[in-house]
Design a protein around this ligand. Structure first.
Ligand SMILES: *Cc1c(COP(=O)(O)O)cnc(C)c1O
Length: 374
């Protein structure tokens, strides 16, 4: 272990590096019944609706837990018990969505493409024509397993044409990539505090179509993950139904304010894009290649092929880079040896360049970089 006493820079897709203001917002205790705390909850719900231009059509329901809890709450509440969900899969989060839908007792069909192949609108058109019994389509916007971007707007048009309901796991894209309720017809968008809004992890939220959620009483097979109850209780009392993660709520609010001050979604996308470009320039210098075709790569998290060397092991590489102050993310692919680098969080090009230098030094120490460069 190194003697580095500062926090490492997290190059991971949540938890990620948060700003000092965001961390500082967690230093106070708040009563969950207190009007001041409930006003913060109300403000967050408005700010999240602003991001998707969903006022009027949609409502925002926050939920305790990591992002998966909100995906499960959305599916378990919005899909009627006799519903049938088509889940579009090209990575681990798509598989997870299909699994939780089936565990919640709903009928599920899956369509899986390889991890480097986006689902196309034509695929969805064909699948919905072939099985008119499908009621909902589940889509992962940016599949964090690789960083692949699925074509949300085009797929939403096909789902709309067939008169079906679209549920979007936008966990790793929300707040950075555009999701506009005026352009994309969806019944739910799901995300969480600890991703592109750059808050700490610990709560998620579902932005649900109001007219749909109103019809969902009694659908849930779970008490704590009943999105309808969470919503109606919050509307009635302004409070969370069960103990809220008070410190996380405050820090998330602070992070939302900073995201607005930075210039909102477009400014965030622009910073992440610069991070991504700086990272790729560095990887090219090191002779390391990206797994995805750049045309389908979101500037959120990048999958990099590991160096082809007998000296390489991810664990050794990870430990060496960590001792220099940077936390990498393991690859999640079944076939190829890869690692992942996040471009998101309260970091800029300076931190990315430092991280590239740390990776270079680690590869030199491991006796790999010279071999790659030669
Ligand atoms: C992070 C993430 C989730 C939620 O994962 P948790 O570990 O429950 O926070 C779901 N979907 C995607 C695409 C994600 O990136």
């Amino acid at each position: 272990m190194s003697l580095v006493s500062r926090d490492p820079v997290l190059l991971t897709p949540g938890p990620l590096t948060t700003s000092l203001q965001t961390k500082s917002a967690m230093l106070r205790d708040w009563g969950s019944w207190d009007a001041a705390f409930n006003a913060v909850t109300a403000k967050i719900r408005q700010q999240l609706l602003d991001i998707v231009h969903g006022h009027g059509s949609h409502v925002c329901v926050p939920m305790q837990g990591s992002g998966t809890f909100s995906v499960e709450a959305a599916m378990n509440t919005l899909v009627p018990r006799d519903g049938h969900v088509l889940v579009l899969i090209n990575g681990a989060y798509g598989k997870r969505m299909a699994k939780l839908v089936s565990m919640m007792g709903r009928k599920v069909s899956t369509f899986e493409t390889p991890e480097h192949v986006p689902t196309t609108p034509a695929d969805v058109d064909r699948l919905l024509s072939a099985d008119p019994g499908i009621t909902h389509v589940g889509l992962i916007h940016c599949e964090t397993s690789t960083g692949i971007l699925n074509p949300l707007e085009e797929i939403s048009q096909v789902v709309k044409k067939h008169g079906k309901s679209l549920v979007i796991d936008a966990m790793s894209s929300f707040g950075a990539l555009e999701i506009d309720a005026r352009k994309v017809e969806f019944d739910a968008v799901i995300a969480a505090s600890g991703k592109c809004i750059e808050g700490p992890p610990g709560m998620g939220f579902v932005i649900a179509r109001k007219s749909v959620l109103e019809q969902c009483e009694g659908n849930s097979l779970s008490l704590s993950l009943d999105l309808y109850d969470q919503w109606t209780y919050m509307e009635k009392t302004t409070q969370w139904r069960f103990t809220p993660p008070t410190h996380i709520v405050l820090a998330f609010h602070e992070a939302l304010n900073q995201s607005i001050a930075e210039g909102g979604q477009k400014a965030r996308l622009s910073r992440y894009t610069k991070n991504y470009e700086a990272l790729m320039a560095g990887m090219r210098e090191l002779g390391l290649k990206q797994f995805l075709d750049p045309r389908i790569q979101a500037p959120i998290i990048v999958t990099i092929h590991a160096p082809e060397s007998a000296h390489y092991s991810f664990k050794d590489f990870y430990n060496r880079v960590r001792d220099k102050g940077f936390i990498l993310y393991p690859g999640k692919l079944t076939q190829a040896e890869t690692f992942r680098v996040g471009c998101i969080g309260a970091i800029g090009v300076a931190e990315i360049r430092q991280a590239v230098n740390a990776m270079r030094d680690a590869l030199v120490e491991m006796g790999i970089y010279e071999a790659v460069a030669a």
